[in-house]
Design a protein around this ligand. Structure first.
Ligand SMILES: [Fe+2]
Length: 345
């Protein structure tokens, strides 16, 4: 009986009628609630921010955009690279491998990258923060999200080749299952080609966003590979022409919504890759719920709430979910909605 119901529901969820119901009826209504109710505070800040004209990158109604030849982006990439030289990389990779114990890690595939942001000198961390708080980047994120963002993540990853290992974990196709909308900025700190794991992503925006999921995911997956799709299966749905990549010289970057866009990357064949990642999210994302620190901004505790005078910066760095939404566990409830109602392809 239950099996039959499940089968019927699954059929409905992969029907054209369900697709159009989500697209034209459910999502517009849901989106209204997401912007004006769940993110009420962020919506007010968004209008306030937009009351003065500001420069931004034009995503042209897409949920991603590649940035090339931008002098500011190149400058920060060069500044970071001159500190993270070959010796620094070698030392950190040895240290990482020495401490690596996949049995105690939640993600069973995290043997290929180390976050070195915490190891940077304060001056460089400040430089990265200035870049993350740059008006043009913030406006790009706010214009895309339609609410003012918070900074959910800042990572500076060195990815490196691991002997006898193929694509795994986040190197397989997936969406980051943390919320409704986000805008991530990936900035290449060194040159990227096929040998050091470009970030691949679908060119076109999927109108259903997080309400669109492929079904041929890895079965009996371990944590870190759940809901991921291997490269061969993915190619049955999308041709090579429909896929774009972040590669080329250091300083190239991509803005991409990692919640709505299928993506994969970071598989290094013979060389290391260094990439800065700044995630603009909203307080309802489950990703930001555990990133709270009493002493300052979660990723860089030198930045204190009491010393942050700019109201927008204060929101970006310190805004958390309000008491009521936290009490009813809104972020997890919303994740359930996306998981239950999505269109299955
Ligand atoms: Fe991802």
């Amino acid at each position: 009986m239950i099996k039959n119901i499940k089968l019927i529901l699954s059929k409905i969820k992969s029907s054209k009628t369900w697709y159009y119901f989500l697209l034209y009826i459910f999502i517009p209504i849901y989106n209204f609630f997401w912007e004006f109710l769940f993110n009420f505070h962020g919506k007010l800040y968004y209008y306030l921010w937009r009351s003065k004209k500001k420069e931004s990158f034009d995503l042209k109604n897409n949920d991603k955009m590649i940035v090339e030849n931008d002098p500011t982006f190149k400058k920060i990439a060069n500044d970071l690279r001159s500190y993270i030289d070959d010796d620094f990389q070698k030392k950190e990779i040895i240290k990482f491998n020495k401490n690596l114990n996949l049995n105690i890690k939640v993600n069973k595939f995290e043997d290929y990258r180390a976050d070195i942001f915490p190891l940077l000198p304060s001056k460089l961390k400040h430089k990265i923060m200035d870049f993350a708080l740059m008006e043009k980047n913030l406006s790009t994120a706010a214009n895309y999200l339609k609410v003012f963002p918070v900074i959910g993540k800042i990572y500076l990853f060195i990815n490196f080749p691991v002997e006898k290992k193929k694509e795994r974990g986040a190197m397989l196709w997936h969406k980051d299952d943390f919320g409704y909308k986000s805008l991530d900025l990936f900035l290449a700190i060194n040159d990227i080609d096929e040998e050091n794991g470009p970030l691949y992503f679908l060119k076109k925006k999927e109108p259903l966003g997080v309400f669109y999921k492929l079904t041929n995911v890895i079965v009996n997956a371990l944590p870190g590979e759940r809901n991921k799709i291997n490269i061969k299966n993915f190619s049955k749905h999308f041709s090579a022409e429909s896929i774009d990549a972040l590669q080329g010289p250091a300083g190239n970057a991509v803005f991409v919504d990692s919640f709505t866009t299928y993506h994969r990357g970071g598989y290094c064949v013979s060389k290391n890759r260094i990439m800065l990642r700044i995630c603009y999210q909203t307080p309802d994302s489950i990703d930001v719920q555990n990133k709270i620190n009493e002493n300052g901004f979660y990723f860089f505790q030198d930045l204190k709430k009491e010393n942050t005078k700019d109201i927008f910066h204060k929101y970006l760095l310190f805004k958390k979910l309000n008491f009521f939404w936290k009490f009813i566990k809104l972020p997890w409830f919303l994740m359930k909605i996306y998981r239950v109602l999505h269109f299955k392809m």
